[in-house]
Design a protein around this ligand. Sequence first.
Ligand SMILES: CC(C)(COP(=O)(O)OP(=O)(O)OC[C@H]1O[C@@H](n2cnc3c(N)ncnc32)[C@H](O)[C@@H]1OP(=O)(O)O)[C@@H](O)C(=O)NCCC(=O)NCCS
Length: 156
Amino acid sequence: MLNNDANFCGTVISHVMMPYHANPAGNVNGGVIMQLIDDAAFVIATRFARSNVVTASIDRIDFHRPVHVGDLITLRGCLNMTHRSSMEIGVRVEGEDMKSGEVRHIASAYLTFVALGTNGKPIPIPEYTPTDKDARRRNIEALKRREQRQEQLQRK
Ligand SMILES: CC(C)(COP(=O)(O)OP(=O)(O)OC[C@H]1O[C@@H](n2cnc3c(N)ncnc32)[C@H](O)[C@@H]1OP(=O)(O)O)[C@@H](O)C(=O)NCCC(=O)NCCS
């Protein structure tokens, strides 16, 4: 992770979009961006938990703007919250037209990762304590989202 700090925030991935990332319309496939989002969150989760981790869920993803071949995609993520074995990571995706310098917000997503032991079962992770105002705000919002997810899971 580049620019990482005590709040486990930073730039995880920068990637130039190539023709093989595009659909026939010439825009980058949403699935490519989703893979990169999962990869970015995976890096943050693994570095925090220092164990195997799996994606338990990904909240809704909206694609606000298209990504074009030749754009530089940058993914920044933050660890927002930990519980017993799970953690929420927020990822923001930006696309840069490197010729004009225009930077666009492409998508954001919240992912829950679970740390697994060598037996494949969830294991406890360290408790994350946010250290500044923004991180505390993200932490409070993530706790509310966790409650909503729990309610949705119980309804299933
Ligand atoms: C995620 C997984 C490990 C949970 O295992 P489980 O036996 O249901 O474990 P538990 O019920 O004890 O839950 C463990 C933690 O996962 C969380 N969790 C489980 N399902 C979740 C979901 N759908 N969304 C968010 N968190 C979830 C629980 O809240 C709990 O968190 P906590 O320990 O911090 O309180 C299990 O469902 C799994 O392995 N899923 C497949 C993951 C995978 O392979 N992902 C890659 C894509 S295929």
